[in-house]
Write a protein that binds this ligand. Structure first.
Ligand code: VTB
Length: 331
């Protein structure tokens, strides 16, 4: 039972930024129980169930716009599903209850539970297709890199803007055969490539703090849902991102058309994907560079979450200790 109510029309409430922490915490704990069991589906389902249960306790009138799939293929948290107790503001919800299902199933670093919330009608409704992405952190002049420029050119102009040689630039790229040419081009420009097997939401976020992560730029093709979630995070902490949906078949263009996307080649900036104020939260499932994974103790479960709010740009790192473990899944 939610004890708080938020009046419709009120701005995305500060209080919700704590509420969404609970949502990703619960999803992370449920998925983490299935770490290393080799069962991606079961881990994902556990995260979905927990996230949906928690979302439905929130004082919001929410609609899932980025979810587990389109209505006919996903029984829960599908695109268009309404969530929340309806006693609150109209909001758009983007979820990836378990980002990095394979990472979780194999107990490898970097699996997270993540979601974003924005004012109703302000998040891009995107089908679950691929998306071309390029992202850099804050503090650069506008348009220093461009999705449509050759990789060598982007590396060179980023290095120039950072006042370093291309050799001092590190690009993060998903390790996929489709990126072979891109990886070669980035290396040819003199930059270093860090490859990841999964997890490009965190990958994009890494570009915002290059001094800590060593990552200056994210480039490549990943999932569209992950792209919108990453855009929500960058909307809070700054940075530049350009994306384009890969709508390379008639079937995909029709699916996108049903979601209101009529220009299949549109290049999206952060403000096109996240048009209003938003909140972003991610909790570690397995240990990663960004977040520690869930730690199960005898009497305490520990979680680590990062939660961001675009109105103020505040970023909070929340280490939580959960007690009353018998009730943890029920209340
Ligand atoms: C990426 C990656 C995600 O999907 O977005 C990827 O960052 C794209 O799809 O963690 P492919 O695996 O088909 O390349 C994920 O791996 C999530 O499934």
């Amino acid at each position: 039972m939610a004890l708080i109510t938020i009046q419709p029309g009120q701005a995305l409430e500060r209080i919700l930024s704590l509420e969404i922490v609970r949502v990703t915490e619960r999803a992370a704990v449920s998925a983490a129980r299935l770490r290393g069991r080799g069962n991606e589906k079961a881990a994902d389902q556990a995260a979905v169930d927990a996230m949906r249960r928690e979302l439905n306790k929130l004082p919001i009138d929410g609609t899932v716009v980025i979810g587990e799939g389109e209505r006919d293929e996903a029984p829960m948290l599908f695109i268009g599903e309404t969530v929340g107790n309806k006693k609150g503001p109209k909001v758009d919800i983007a979820v990836d209850p378990l980002e990095g299902t394979t990472l979780c199933a194999k107990n490898m670093p970097g699996a997270i539970a993540t979601m974003a919330m924005a004012e109703g009608g302000t998040l891009l409704n995107a089908p679950d297709v691929y998306m071309e992405k390029i992202a850099i952190g804050p503090g650069y002049p506008k348009a220093v890199v461009d999705l449509d420029a050759p990789a060598e050119e982007n590396i060179r102009s980023l290095a120039k803007a950072k006042d370093v040689t291309p050799g001092a630039i590190t690009a993060l790229i998903l390790d996929r055969p489709r990126h072979a040419d891109l990886i070669a081009a980035v290396r040819k420009a003199g930059a270093s490539v860090r490859l990841i097997t999964d997890g490009d939401v965190a990958g994009v976020i890494h570009t915002a703090t290059p001094d800590q992560t060593g990552i200056d730029i994210y480039i490549g093709i990943g999932g569209a849902p992950e792209g919108v979630l990453a855009a929500a995070a960058l909307r809070c902490i700054g940075g530049q991102m350009q994306c384009r949906l890969v709508l390379d078949t008639e079937e995909r263009r029709v699916r996108a058309g049903k979601m209101g996307i009529h220009d299949p080649r549109k290049k999206y900036a952060i403000e096109d994907m996240v048009k209003g104020d938003c909140l972003f939260s991610a909790t570690g499932v397995t240990n990663g560079d960004m977040l520690r994974g869930v730690k199960f103790g005898k009497e305490i479960i520990e979680t680590e979450t990062v939660v961001m709010r675009s109105v103020t740009g505040t970023v909070r790192w929340i280490r939580a200790e959960h007690r009353q473990l018998d009730k943890f899944h029920l209340d």
